[in-house]
Design a protein around this ligand. Structure first.
Ligand SMILES: [Zn+2]
Length: 239
């Protein structure tokens, strides 16, 4: 199908539709209730698109966003794309069935391009309206697969998404005893591992990428605020 534009958010989204064969019906859930963000770690968006549409690779995502802001639709939102793999968020073990996957063309080291972030915001706005997805359920691949995945990485601007209510960010942070860190990570949704060092690395990559040194009271305070305001699975959907 050729390029088209849809009035889908704050600006006009430049959307091109492709049809990846790497998808199937959602299992046990009627509709998505999460969004998982990724970066491609490939040399170009075109190369990533080819990979995500090739049957031999058995991987896909619902969307791929190029550096110039072009959004490629690869799998219809109602279907299950193959982007998350092994991992967990709260009670959800089959993240692919629960989520919409968005690949952002980026090598993992460079800043994310401004037109690309604008397009992501518009895309998330449309997804939120279509599926009623809460901001705390927009997560990174590293959040649900710690130790196995590091995308979208420390250069991704989660704070900007949170300012637009498309993700969450800690506020009113008071220092807390570090003993609270691991249980409150779990309460927020980080249920894929109990390894505190691993939890600290994925937490800081997303919420405190400038921090160094051992677990401290600020880490514990930040996650305590998030866990208090956004406890995972308080209104659980099926797993
Ligand atoms: Zn990923």
């Amino acid at each position: 199908m050729g390029p088209c534009t849809v009035q889908d958010g704050l600006r006009q989204l430049k959307l091109t539709t492709y049809n990846s064969p790497n998808c199937g019906p959602r299992r046990g859930v009627a509709q998505p209730d999460m969004v998982v963000l990724h970066y491609t770690a490939m040399k170009s968006a075109a190369a990533a698109r080819d990979t995500l549409c090739s049957p031999a690779n058995e991987v896909s995502a619902h969307y791929l966003i190029a550096e110039d802001g072009e959004v490629m639709s690869l799998v219809p939102e109602a279907l299950r794309a193959w982007h998350a793999g092994a991992g967990r968020w709260g009670a959800v073990a089959d993240v692919n069935s629960h989520s919409i996957g968005i690949e952002i063309a980026n090598d993992g080291l460079s800043p994310f391009a401004a037109p690309q972030m604008d397009a992501l915001v518009d895309l998330l706005q449309g997804i939120k309206v279509r599926w009623d997805i809460r901001p705390e359920r927009v997560i990174g691949h590293s959040d649900m697969a710690p130790g196995r995945k590091i995308d979208p990485g420390g250069r991704f601007d989660w704070r900007r998404l949170a300012l637009m209510s498309h993700a969450v960010w800690p506020e009113d942070v008071a220092p807390q005893d570090t003993a609270f860190f691991a249980p409150r990570m779990r309460a927020f949704g980080y249920t894929a591992t109990d390894d505190v060092d691993l939890l600290l690395s994925v937490f800081r990559m997303r919420f405190r990428p400038w921090a160094t040194g051992p677990l401290d009271e600020v880490d514990a305070g930040m996650i305590s605020d998030l866990a208090r305001r956004f406890p995972v699975d308080v209104n659980p959907t099926s797993t």
